[in-house]
Design a protein around this ligand. Structure first.
Ligand code: ZN
Length: 216
């Protein structure tokens, strides 16, 4: 949902291109389907879909290693970095995005990182993106590409409201870490999402396997 709102913002203000990275996560097929549907709805025609085999082979996350169990939200939210953290994942995404931006002439890279109301992943902190922007300035041909993190300081409910204002297609998004048919409603990603829609006072259009709601 964060990526979708970010894409809607980018498509409103720029001629947007969209990148999707599969990395062996449990729901990669469903997420890629969501990516294409969202691009269609937002009118984004320039797309890049890639697969990152390194993150899958490295593992170390419950999202990419089927030997590990994706925990229930109640066991992880508010605790240390959860086992669903994919080690240094966003750097892989950004590296692909920056390379592509250099080739197609894009100057801004939008990423839907959120610091609050998130799982506490270290690659969602503002300082991380400031540092990454320095790397881009130093390590690209023209040094004029910049990462934008328009959602990073927003609460999750504010992201829902912003998405509704923008007409972001929440009905096409996929957040669940576990299932691809209906969202499980109990993993941390589902829980954060359900809580956000509840706080915003609107119904989440995605189908859940059970009517679950986590109260903060
Ligand atoms: Zn779920």
């Amino acid at each position: 949902m964060d990526s979708c709102v970010c894409a809607a913002l980018a498509a409103r203000d720029y001629e947007a291109a969209a990148l999707h990275v599969s990395y062996g996560q449990r729901t990669e097929t469903r997420e890629c389907q969501a990516f294409s549907a969202i691009c269609d709805r937002l009118g984004i025609t320039q797309r890049l879909i890639v697969r990152n085999e390194a993150l899958l082979q490295i593992g170390g996350s419950a999202l990419t290693d089927n030997q590990l169990v994706v925990p229930e939200a109640s066991d992880v939210i508010g605790s240390a970095i959860p086992i669903t953290y994919v080690p240094f994942r966003n750097a892989h995404f950004l590296a692909v995005a920056v390379s592509w931006a250099e080739v197609i002439g894009a100057k801004k890279i939008f990423i839907g990182a959120v610091e609050q109301d998130s799982s506490g992943y270290p690659d969602c902190r503002p300082a991380y993106y400031e540092a990454f922007n320095q790397v881009i300035r130093t390590g690209t041909a023209a040094g004029d590409i910049e990462i934008a993190t328009p959602l990073i300081h927003l609460r999750k409910a504010e992201i829902v409201r912003l998405g509704l204002e923008l007409g972001a297609p929440f009905d096409l998004t996929w957040s669940c870490y576990v299932r691809q048919d209906r969202a499980c409603g109990t993993c941390e990603s589902c829980a954060l999402r359900l809580r956000a829609f509840e706080a915003a006072g609107v119904r989440d259009p995605v189908l859940y396997s059970s009517a679950v709601s986590i109260h903060s």
